[in-house]
Write a protein that binds this ligand. Structure first.
Ligand code: ZN
Length: 267
């Protein structure tokens, strides 16, 4: 970790709290809570990681603890390539502002979306202007099938799945040892403004090599895995592999209570 933000809350323009790490600080008192499963408590403490991390020196960074997922920044020749811009525009914008504050302001030169779950693309409007995408200035890159599945999960079945998500994670309960503790893959889902910009470039072959802003990437489609449309990325220049959400610090649900498509464990 190279920097901790001076704030613990992220707000909407109208002042509503979208993200609140302050509300989980009780997890850091070193206490064992009898009301929390020990594995969940351990995971909940690990998920208190909050700030800017350097993953590959001077090249790959992550802002962690700003939303359910992590947002990654690859330093290209001209600017940042943003991987997976979180759930909400407010948290994604706060992460971009924070890395720019810490490491110097750089433009966003591309956005890569790993898969069709909203916690990995919903904040895209916080890091890129739709007009820049439509005029071809900033490419938005996603795996084959991304739009179909993003829309079917979040629009057609969106209301039903969202309500089930509230029950699955207890997100409306108070944050306490007797209420909401963690979501295991991250603390919670940001309660901000979710959006979608259609990708301008779809990775359609099983493996596709692209170079964006001086960064070579080998994208590998992995349909029908953690999400129905998902891809991994290999960075040969840094010998670094990004497995999107195909590898997590938890065991994947095969069938989620919120009703995501069945994940085939044999794929
Ligand atoms: Zn996912």
């Amino acid at each position: 970790m190279i920097a901790v933000p001076p704030y613990k809350q992220i707000l909407k323009e109208d002042g509503t709290v979208v993200w609140d790490m302050e509300s989980y600080q009780w997890l850091l008192n070193g206490e064992d809570f009898e009301s929390i499963h020990p594995s969940l408590q351990r995971q909940a403490v690990l998920n208190m990681a909050y700030g800017l991390y350097e993953v590959v020196p001077d090249r790959i960074y992550q802002v962690r603890g700003y939303d359910l997922a992590n947002i990654s920044f690859i330093k290209g020749d001209r600017g940042w390539i943003v991987f997976d811009p979180l759930t909400a525009k407010e948290t994604a914008r706060a992460a971009l502002d924070f890395i720019n504050d810490q490491l110097g302001e750089r433009p966003v030169t591309a956005v890569v979306i790993s898969h069709s779950h909203a916690d990995h693309f919903g904040g895209i409007r916080g890091v890129v202007d739709e007009a820049d995408v439509s005029r071809g200035k900033v490419p938005v890159i996603a795996p084959v099938g991304f739009m179909d599945h993003a829309v079917s999960e979040n629009v057609y079945a969106g209301n039903a799945m969202n309500r089930r998500l509230f029950y699955q994670y207890g997100v409306l309960l108070s944050r306490s040892p007797f209420g909401h503790v963690d979501q295991s893959i991250g603390k919670n889902t940001a309660a901000g403004t979710t959006g979608l910009i259609p990708p301008s470039r779809i990775i359609s072959k099983p493996i596709e090599k692209i170079t964006i802003d001086g960064i070579e990437m080998e994208c590998q489609n992995t349909p029908g895995t953690e999400a129905p449309a998902e891809m991994n990325t290999w960075f040969p220049q840094f010998k670094t592999f990004w497995a999107a959400e195909n590898i997590t610090g938890t065991i994947h649900n095969i069938y989620t209570l919120r009703g995501a498509l069945i994940r085939d464990p044999l794929e």
